[in-house]
Design a binder for this molecule. Structure first.
Ligand code: ADP
Ligand code: DP6
Length: 390
């Protein structure tokens, strides 16, 4: 009788939001970046991907179901992840003939994001990190998170940073084969646990230029970009690592905001130009500036990825001031934690800024720094190989 045993493993993985931005590839096939980057991993209590990986001779070829829908896995990025993980499992099997030959079996992957997919909330980062971590668990690979980040990077560049919690660097490396372009830990979340994030999810009228093609256009056409990768980012990498190690929020905040500005300036310097921020995004920048001015010190930092949503970093001790300043006029949108209603802020945002944000912000997410992928006994595929209906 054929062995139709179903092998399975599950993991959760987090979103990360960069404070030194990845923008530009020197090798699009291997997803090798033109510069190093740094991110903060966000708590999985608020934003997470849950992925179950399974394999069995009874399955009919490889498959991925994402949020209940069959997902195309024929793309080079997903295929690269499957191939690399299978090769590592095959090496273990070659060294120990008692191991079941999982590398030869079809893979069935089922995944769920507990937040909107492809809405500029870094689902691809959490998604590919979870895919790689789940299959690595299934195959019982002993590779370190840094080694696995080499594989996740090929799924989506920013995904390599989601294999760690806390404060994470992606070192660009210089080898042509990409074997030194991987993520490593700057500091655990516990080193600076009071970092918080408020995400203003901004209504967008149209789809942005996807990051993959946007950054290619920037590399090809922006003169400003050359200065960014040769001077701006190398200096900011040093300043940001230092800020994190010293837990120096004003320095962390200034580099975060300058980095966001530099990235969006390069997007605008792309020919034809790319605009990711809209009126609400720009109003949120003014709001953060007003908060810092009224507080008399830098207590909040904005950053934007390839879309209009604003991520505001601040420390827990300033939560009432920062959260309260927005909650005052955004209390009608969803996503606030119960404590937000009690947040008494001394900051009063100018009416014109509050008005634009009131029109433009659709929901908020309150979160903070968090841990890396976590193995879980919650399965999206049952013991018999069937997808769990939820
Ligand atoms: P986002 O802004 O959310 O990162 P992108 O358009 O950059 O949006 O990426 C979305 C893509 O990431 C999806 O189409 C899918 O290919 C991939 N992705 C998202 N979530 C997952 C997941 N849980 N598992 C596997 N792939 C995922
Ligand atoms: C602006 O990682 O989505 O969020 O490697 O092509 O999948 P691909 O790009 P992706 O780009 C993220 C860009 C960014 C900045 C960052 O996360 O560092």
């Amino acid at each position: 009788m054929a062995d139709n045993k179903v092998y399975r493993a599950s993991t959760t993985a987090p979103v990360n939001i960069a404070v030194v931005k990845y923008w530009g590839k020197r090798d699009p096939k291997l997803n090798l970046p033109t510069n190093s980057s740094i991110s903060v991993t966000l708590s999985q209590a608020d934003l997470r991907t849950l992925t179950t990986a399974s394999c069995s001779a009874s399955f009919d070829g490889d498959s991925l179901t994402l949020n209940g829908q069959a997902s195309d896995i024929s793309g080079a990025r997903t295929q690269a992840c499957f191939r690399e993980l299978r090769a590592r499992r095959a090496a273990l099997e070659a060294a120990d003939s008692s191991l079941p030959k999982l590398s030869t079996l079809p893979l069935k992957i089922v995944s769920e994001n507990n937040f909107p997919t492809a809405a500029g909330l870094a689902s691809s980062a959490a998604g590919f990190a979870a895919l790689v971590r789940a299959i690595a668990n299934l195959y019982e690979l002993t590779d370190s998170p840094s080694e696995l980040s080499l594989i996740a990077r090929q799924g989506s560049g920013s995904a390599c940073r989601s294999l760690f919690g806390g404060y994470v660097a992606w070192r660009m490396g210089d080898k042509a084969d990409g074997t030194d372009s991987k993520a490593d830990l700057i500091s655990e979340a516990s080193h600076w646990p009071n970092m918080r994030a408020l995400i203003l999810v901004v209504n967008a009228a149209k789809k942005d230029v996807p990051s993959t093609s946007g950054m290619q256009q920037t590399v090809a056409t922006s003169g400003l970009f050359q200065q960014r990768i040769s001077q701006v980012v190398p200096a900011n990498m040093i300043l940001m690592e230092e800020a994190i190690r010293k837990k120096d929020f004003p320095q962390f905040a200034e580099v975060t905001m300058r980095e966001s500005n530099s990235f969006h300036a390069c997007a605008a310097d792309t020919y034809p130009p790319i605009f990711y921020m809209n009126d609400a995004s720009r109003a949120a920048i003014r709001a953060v500036e007003a908060i810092n001015a009224q507080a008399g010190k830098t207590i909040a930092a904005y950053t934007y990825d390839a879309g209009p949503n604003c991520v505001i970093y601040f420390l827990e001790e300033d939560e009432a001031t920062v959260v309260g300043a927005f909650h005052r006029f955004l209390s009608g949108v969803s996503g606030w934690k119960a404590s937000a209603a009690e947040a008494k802020s001394s900051v009063e945002l100018p009416e014109n800024i509050a008005g634009i944000l009131k029109d433009g912000v659709g929901r908020v997410i309150q979160t903070g720094v968090g841990e890396g992928p976590e193995k879980t006994d919650e399965f999206l595929i049952a013991e018999d190989g069937q997808t769990v209906q939820r």
